[in-house]
Design a protein around this ligand. Structure first.
Ligand SMILES: [Zn+2]
Length: 310
């Protein structure tokens, strides 16, 4: 193995057959943390991040790639493995068919979509994989002495799934739950795409809280948490962002505002965050909050597309 200085400063996680390939800056977007699972029969790679392009010569032979979901940062390293079988949940598979179908997952439209189309290819190395195979909830990949079980946890995307890695070591059963983009950050859950759903995400969070594992791993920032207490503490912070956005929205809607004004005010990103698709994400995310507040009778729709809390 060669050692770059950036490698030496990265966190390290290796337990039994599982190794986390940490991305730059703790796996901050656009990079991420990929998971390597070395079985007796096969070596699996979960969510190949963009950073793998710079360390490809250090990677072992990969027999199978498994994706937690079809988003640009989780498939950015996939083009390194054009002949390797790749698996994704049935509902997210269209994203691997073509660039157009990939863009439909986000549903940004207009100039934001035109810019993002270019970013997908240039920054994230998007290449179609019409040969991609599907998995469903509960499907198991047996790599020999270690298994990976798909657990459908939608909301972030329709097909978003967590992956449970299980093996035995010195007679003990070991479990690492890879959470994908249930990323446990202070930023909070991302449900800003056409294929995202706030209430599915909430159901997935409540389900994930009850999943027992020795370690919990995320694609971004957090990396690996050991034991349930730190996992549940981070879940509280992560999930708390949903209530915070909703509370802030209700305050803002004390005066009547349109969805465009809500998006301009920013409830998901901070006003200074330079994100090309921020406006589309703000609109899609906050429309879902508005819709459910209207249904609950806490916000009313006024003339000319304005909303007001009541
Ligand atoms: Zn994602």
């Amino acid at each position: 193995m060669s050692h770059h200085s950036s490698e030496d400063s990265k966190p390290h996680f290796e337990q039994g057959p599982v190794q986390v390939l940490f991305g730059e800056r703790g796996g901050a977007y656009p990079d991420g943390n990929s998971i390597l699972v070395r079985g007796e029969n096969e070596t699996l790679l979960i969510d190949p991040a963009v950073g793998l392009h710079e360390r490809a010569e250090n990677l072992p032979q990969i027999d199978r790639v498994i994706l937690s979901h079809c988003h640009e940062d989780h498939i950015a390293g996939l083009s390194l493995f054009p002949d390797t079988p790749v698996h994704v949940h049935t509902l997210d598979r269209p994203g691997l068919e073509s660039l157009d179908q990939m863009l439909a997952i986000y549903g940004y439209g207009g100039p934001i979509e035109a810019a993002f189309r270019e970013i997908l290819v240039k920054t994230f190395h998007y290449a179609p994989r019409p040969d991609a195979q599907t998995y469903a909830d509960g499907d198991v990949f047996d790599a020999g002495g270690v298994t990976v079980r798909a657990l459908h946890a939608p909301g972030h995307t329709r097909g978003h799934s967590c992956l449970m890695v299980e093996w035995s070591e010195a007679g003990a059963h070991r479990r690492l739950l890879y959470l994908g983009d249930i990323e446990l950050t202070g930023f909070g859950p991302y449900y800003g795409d056409a294929w995202s759903d706030l209430e599915d995400f909430e159901r997935s969070l409540s389900w994930a809280r009850d999943v027992e594992a020795d370690w919990y791993a995320t694609f971004h920032h957090i990396g690996v948490l050991e034991g349930r207490a730190p996992f549940l503490a981070r879940m509280d912070i992560f999930e708390g962002a949903i209530a915070r956005r909703e509370t802030n929205l209700l305050k803002f809607l004390a005066e009547p505002h349109t969805l465009q004004e809500v998006a301009d005010h920013r409830f998901v990103y901070r006003p200074g965050d330079d994100v090309s698709f921020a406006e589309a994400v703000e609109k899609r995310s906050m429309q879902q909050h508005i819709d459910r507040l209207v249904t609950a009778g806490r916000v009313r729709a006024l003339a000319e597309g304005r909303y007001q809390a009541q």
